[in-house]
Design a protein around this ligand. Structure first.
Ligand code: HEC
Length: 106
C-alpha cells in the first residue's frame, strides 16, 4: 500500500511538471551547448546574419536572466531570427540546463 502511495505521489509530480519545478543541470547542458558555442563562445564575435550583430557573452549571467531571455525569444517578445529559431527548439529542461551551465561559466 505504501509503495502505491509513493508511486502515485511520483506520478503526480511528473504529471504536473511546471517550469518552476525544473532544476537546471549544468552537466546535462554540456552536450547541448554545442549548438551555442559557435556564436556565444567567442569573445567579441559578431554574427553576420541577418546583419552584423554583437553576440552577447552568456558566461556569468544570472540563470534567471538567461532563462527569461530564451523564453522571450520563444514567445517572440525578443526578436532575433537565429535566437528565435534556436530557443524554439529548446525544452524547458534544456533552458534550465543551459542557464545553469552558462551562469557557472566565467
Ligand atoms: C547563429 C548564432 C547564435 C547561436 C547559434 C546562438 N546564439 Fe544566442 N544570441 C545570438 C545573438 C546575435 C544574440 C543577440 C540577439 C539580440 O540582440 O537579441 C543572442 C542572444 C542570446 C541571449 C540573450 C543574451 C543577452 O545578453 O540578452 C541568450 C540567453 C542566448 N543568446 C542564448 C543562447 C543559447 C543557450 C544558445 C544555444 C542553445 C544560443 N544562444 C545560440 C546568436 C546566437
Amino acid at each position: 500500500m505504501k509503495k502505491h502511495l509513493v508511486l502515485l505521489a511520483f506520478l503526480g509530480v511528473v504529471g504536473s511538471v511546471s517550469a518552476a519545478d525544473i532544476v537546471g543541470n549544468a552537466k546535462a547542458a554540456e552536450n547541448k551547448v554545442s549548438m551555442c558555442i559557435g556564436c556565444h563562445g567567442i569573445p567579441g564575435y559578431k554574427a553576420s546574419f541577418p546583419e552584423v550583430y554583437q553576440v552577447p557573452m552568456l558566461g556569468g549571467q544570472s540563470p534567471k536572466y538567461i532563462e527569461n531571455a530564451l523564453r522571450a525569444y520563444q514567445k517572440g517578445e525578443r526578436r532575433h531570427p537565429s535566437m528565435q529559431g534556436i530557443a524554439g527548439s529548446l525544452s524547458d529542461q534544456d533552458i534550465a540546463d543551459l542557464a545553469a551551465y552558462y551562469s557557472q561559466q566565467k
